[in-house]
Design a protein around this ligand. Sequence first.
Ligand SMILES: [Zn+2]
Length: 283
Amino acid sequence: MIGMAGCSSPTPEPVPPRPAPAPAPIVERIVDGSFDFRGAIVQGGLAVGQAPAGAVSVTLDGEPTRMDAARRFLVGFGRDAPGTALVEARLADGTRVRQALRVVPRDWKIERIPSLRQTSTPNPDYERLRTAELARIDAARSGTSDATGWTERFAWPATGRISGIYGSQRILGGVPRNPHAGVDIARPTGTPVVAPASGVVVLAGPPRLSLEGNLLILDHGNRLFSSFLHLSRTDVQVGERVAQGQRVGAIGATGRATGPHLHWAMSWGDVRVDPQLLVPAMP
Ligand SMILES: [Zn+2]
């Protein structure tokens, strides 16, 4: 045999000189772009955004907001959010794509009762108890799960007469009270409450809290949480995964409630948003 494959040494090809690496850009490229949003860009609103192709990170008004593998992210606006916001994506090549959003203002139901003055007597025992309760709630909402409920279309956790709306406020004797942070649905004690979207249970009373009574908190992922107050009972345990429509508890009047109703509140990080904007009209 005359030689075998691999035995002959090939003549080396001349290696062309490598081009010098391009110098780093001095000015960042910032372009106006458009993101797609599903949801309401209004005070109290929450929307799922779709970042442009190639996006590696997104910010809302300079604050990082988590993006999933499909480049979806959340934006949320509080009751008193200013009229504009800026969403910006950074692409892999360093380009920044930004879009200014107009946050539509809303009119809030304000009830003034000049004759009624809120009186409160300091009570150290209660203050101590309340501090511990708020710490328990904060701890439940401090983490973030891989739940994908935040990408789903939400459903009512219970149906019935709406007896209180998000953003309404009472001014007693000239002193503004905290605005109502959720939506109230009046139904008899024992009416089932179902998960409005999938999630993970992060708090499930008892023990009852002094204002919220039996409280249930669901983590829908991406820092989005639902809270259900005044329940007569909870049917799920902390750590349990629940599907949309799954029964999680029952309406009650525990805690500070004048009658049986479900108070449903939602928060995205520290921003309280209006649950009613996420669901269809009450049937
Ligand atoms: Zn309420």
